[in-house]
Each structure stands twice: as structure tokens, then as C-alpha cells.
Design a protein around this ligand. Structure first.
Ligand code: ADP
Length: 499
């Protein structure tokens, strides 16, 4: 298609970009170097704002502010209920600015505005509320010692945490990390992705308005190899929680090991399988398969990008899928009828297009899509490949775009083998009416989340994270709170006996 086919916005909500500096010690400040970088609107490829560019010196200042707030400030020492009260206020303030925040993520990341307004932004407020509910229920255990000793554990906040955020869910990932860290009593330095600094800065402003003490949340925009690397190798950071690519995850872990052995949790890439068994409702399965890889233009770490379909229904499934792929209208993410917006930036756009070219060259059959969808901006047609082999790059690598590879399997065992034939292990989906199949497959796939007859069924109470090269540690749920705490054992003789 050409740009004429695109759905253009009816009306863009007012987008006044209010915050573009670094947020350190409760103030918006310029970077030490005075440098700025341009942040881009992927709908046009044009700059929309100049943002302060943080580097090592700025990370130093931010870590210093967080350290002081942790060592001497009120936040870690407040009763949990008092922290919770402030977190609830923060959540309420987000609710009052849903439209403005959704606009920033659409402008900065090409995300669907309607979705941001209805789902993403309201749910980040709920993430804060979920973890606020835990803030006054963090406690250790009394231990049953084998000798005459009284012992208990304390759960203490781990300290200053570095939170490195990806660009595909700028708001969701910010709060998936910030909320449990706040509840635990940690202080933090957040490094948003360089593509999407705008909403993070707005959240910093709202945090201050809610009464979160200065230095508890610091936000340093900047690039990975400079600001990001400085945070991961900082001697005064106690933990890093990272979401991003597997390659950068390796660097994060190396930097942590080489500096002060800070603890690390990594939520990395995926090439998640969706297994569709021959007892499935073909219509529903095709809808689910498309949702799994086209949602958020395929820029989803848990995207179901490998769709495995059982032999008997394969041909009919393909027909239905290709027909339904047309429903995934590419267009301006502000338009309510658009379902696929632009890829986040030029680099991602070119990366996805080069995988598509690779797929064609390697001999896969292109069922639909495969081309840019507009003359301007980073739009790509929803793309489906079939007749693929295990060694093709489009089957092995995470593409992070609206690109599905479709494969056929015979028996359940074959399906399980194919599903596990990946270095990743983030998520998997199963479509079947058989309880036996669902039970067997969900226990046989090495992945952190299994969705049966659904996909993207996230919830604050439902942990997610990776097996294998998809990383380790879990976000969300009470297990997602644990990584911001550490265990201290306290032991004393039970009786006043000579020791
Ligand atoms: P992608 O390749 O999809 O852009 P990245 O893993 O590069 O994903 O980015 C995720 C986050 O990691 C971003 O905030 C980015 O700035 C940051 N980052 C990139 N390189 C490094 C690095 N060497 N050290 C720390 N953080 C980094």
C-alpha cells in the first residue's frame, strides 16, 4: 500500500511536552554536559522535542541523590502504610492525566492511542495500587532452630536500584519496576529507553506532586552504552532490574559482576510459540495468532511469533488467517480504526524490513504483507511467512515486528519439540479443547508463562519472566516484590545460657 491507504488521525489530543530535562534529587535539571538529543515521532520520523542527554556524571549525581535518600531519608523508614498512602496518591494523579500520558506514548513510540487510554495508562495506576497493597505486609519469619536459639528473618529493602526500561511499553515497564521498588522502600534511578523518555519524565513530576520524597525516584534519560552502562557498573547501586535485548542483558550482567556484584534481574528477548491443535476452533485460533504477533506492531517481548499448527487443520487455518490479517489495519496510531502503528524508530524499521528480506531470500513463502505500508514514517504491513525451516533466521531470531512464521506439526510430541527448539523461553500459547493436551503441553514447554486458549493475559498478580536466554527473575506478583528485598537473619540465645 501507499500512504493514501493509511488511516489518518481525526484529531490529535493536545500534546504539550512539558518535561524534557533530567529528574535528579526532586528537580528537573540540565545534564552536566549540557547536551541534548532529539526525540522522534515514528509516524513521521520527525523530531518532536529536545531532551537532556544524561551520561556518567549525571548517573553519578542521580545515584548520589538516591543513596542519600536511602541512607538518611524517610522513605525506607516510613511505615509501609505511609508509603502505600503516597503510592495511592501517585496512582490517583495518573488517573487524572490518562489522556495526556497516552498521547506521549503514542507520539514517542507509535503505540495505539485508544489502547493507551483504555488499557495501558489505567493499568499502570493499578500496578501502583497492587504493590501499595503489599507495602505494609512485608515481613520475615520466626525460625524453628534446632538448638536453643531464637531467630527470625527481616526483609529489608535492597537499597538503591537501577531500573533500565525498554521503549515498547514505556509506561507499563516503568511501573512494573518502580511500583515494587517503592513498596519495598528502595530508592531508584530510572533509565528510560532513549526512544521514549517523555512519559517517564511526566511520571517523575507526578511522583513529586504525590509526595514521594526527593531522591527516591530519579530519571536520567540517555543512551545505553553511556548512561545505561554507567548505571550497571556503578559501585553504589545495589541492584539492577533490566528489560531489553538478550545481547544487552549479557552486558548488564558482566558490568554487575565486574563492579560491585550488584544483583541483577533480566527480562530479555523471546521467540514464543503458539501451538494450535487440530481440535481448535479455527476462527478463534486465527484471531489469537494474529493478536499474539501483531499487537503493538509486534514490539512485544512475549509476542507469539512462531505459530505451530497441527497438520489436519493447517490448510484451512492458513486460509482463515490470511483473510483475517486484513483486519489488522495499518494506520496512524491516533486513529481509532488503526490496529498497527509505526515501528518505534528507523533502526527497528530497518531491522524488521531486513528480516523480511532475509525470509524471502532464504526461500520462505510470503503469505501476506512483506512491504512498507506508507511512504512516510515507520509503517510495515502485517507479514506472515510459511514453508520455513528450523535454520532460517526468521525462525530463530526475535524480529520484534509484525512478522509471523507459520509451521506445521504432526503429533503433540512433535509440537512440543518444535516449541522448545529455541534459545528463548519467555512465553507460549496453547489452543486446544483437550484438558489432557493443555496439561501435558503446559508442563513440557520451557517458558515462564503459558497461556491456554488466550494470549497476553497479564495481571499484576501473575508473575512473568524468562527461562533459558530470556533471562531470570520475575516481574509482577509477590515474587516480583522479593527481588527488591533482601533477607537478614537475626539470632539470639533463647535462654540466658552461657554461649
Ligand atoms: P533494543 O535493542 O530493543 O533497543 P536494548 O536492549 O538495546 O533494546 O534497550 C533496552 C534498554 O537498555 C534501553 O533503555 C537502552 O538504552 C538500554 N541499554 C542499551 N545498551 C545498554 C548497555 N550497554 N548498558 C546498559 N543499558 C543499556
Amino acid at each position: 500500500g501507499s500512504s493514501d491507504d493509511l488511516t489518518f488521525p481525526l484529531e490529535i489530543p493536545p500534546a504539550k511536552i512539558r518535561f524534557t530535562k533530567l529528574f535528579i534529587g526532586g528537580e528537573f535539571v540540565d545534564s552536566v554536559s549540557g547536551k541534548t538529543f532529539e526525540t522522534i515521532d515514528p509516524r513521521t520520523g520527525e523530531a518532536i522535542a529536545s531532551v537532556s542527554e544524561g551520561d556518567k556524571e549525571d548517573i553519578d549525581l542521580a545515584v548520589g541523590a538516591a543513596r542519600r535518600a536511602f541512607d538518611h531519608g524517610p522513605w525506607p523508614r516510613l511505615p509501609g502504610a505511609a508509603r502505600a498512602k503516597i503510592m495511592h496518591k501517585f496512582a490517583d494523579l495518573i488517573d487524572q492525566h490518562i489522556e495526556e500520558l497516552a498521547t506521549l506514548d503514542t507520539l514517542n513510540a507509535g503505540k495505539l492511542f485508544s489502547w493507551g487510554k483504555a488499557v495501558d495508562i489505567p493499568s499502570v495506576a493499578n500496578t501502583l495500587r497492587y504493590f501499595a497493597g503489599a507495602a505494609d505486609k512485608i515481613h520475615g519469619q520466626v525460625l524453628k532452630m534446632s538448638r536453643e536459639l531464637h531467630a527470625y528473618t527481616l526483609l529489608e529493602p535492597i537499597g538503591v536500584v537501577g531500573l533500565i526500561i525498554p521503549w515498547n511499553f514505556p509506561s507499563t515497564m516503568f511501573f512494573v519496576k518502580v511500583s515494587p521498588a517503592l513498596a519495598a522502600g528502595c530508592t531508584m534511578v530510572v533509565k528510560p529507553a532513549e526512544q521514549t523518555p517523555l512519559s517517564a519524565l511526566f511520571y517523575a513530576h507526578l511522583a513529586k506532586e504525590a509526595g514521594i520524597p526527593d531522591g527516591v525516584i530519579n530519571v536520567v534519560n540517555g543512551f545505553g552504552p553511556t548512561a545505561g552502562a554507567a548505571l550497571t557498573s556503578h559501585m553504589n547501586v545495589d541492584k539492577v532490574s533490566f528489560t531489553g535485548s538478550t545481547e544487552v542483558g549479557r552486558k548488564v550482567m558482566q558490568a554487575a559482576a565486574a563492579s560491585n556484584l550488584k544483583t541483577v534481574s533480566l527480562e530479555l528477548g523471546g521467540k514464543s510459540p503458539l501451538l494450535i491443535f487440530d481440535d481448535a476452533d479455527i476462527d478463534q485460533a486465527a484471531d489469537l495468532a494474529l493478536l499474539g504477533v501483531m499487537h503493538n506492531k509486534g514490539e512485544v517481548c512475549v509476542a507469539g511469533s512462531r505459530v505451530l499448527v497441527q497438520e489436519a487443520i493447517y490448510d484451512e487455518f492458513v486460509k482463515t488467517l490470511v483473510e483475517k490479517a486484513k483486519e489488522w489495519v495499518v494506520g496512524d496510531p491516533f486513529h481509532p480504526n488503526s490496529r498497527v502503528g509505526p515501528q518505534v524508530d528507523k533502526k527497528q524499521y530497518e531491522k524488521v524490513m531486513s528480516y523480511i528480506e532475509h525470509g524471502k531470500r532464504e526461500g520462505a513463502t510470503l503469505l501476506t504483507g512483506g512491504k512498507p505500508a506508507a511512504k512516510k514514517g515507520y509503517y510495515i504491513e502485517p507479514t506472515v511467512f510459511t514453508d520455513v525451516t528450523d535454520d532460517m533466521m526468521i525462525v530463530k531470531d526475535e524480529i520484534f515486528g509484525p512478522v509471523m512464521v507459520l509451521m506445521k506439526f504432526k503429533t503433540m510430541e512433535d509440537g512440543i519439540r518444535a516449541a522448545n527448539n529455541t534459545r528463548y523461553g519467555l512465553a507460549a500459547g496453547i489452543v486446544t479443547k483437550s484438558l489432557d493436551t493443555a496439561n501435558t503441553v503446559s508442563r513440557s514447554i520451557r517458558a515462564g508463562v503459558i497461556w491456554i486458549n488466550c494470549y497476553f493475559a497479564f495481571d499484576n498478580d501473575c508473575p512473568f519472566g524468562g527461562y533459558k536466554s530470556s533471562g531470570f527473575g520475575r516481574d509482577e506478583g509477590m515474587v516480583g516484590l522479593q527481588k527488591y528485598l533482601q533477607v537478614k537473619s537475626v539470632v539470639t540465645p533463647l535462654y540466658n545460657s552461657p554461649w
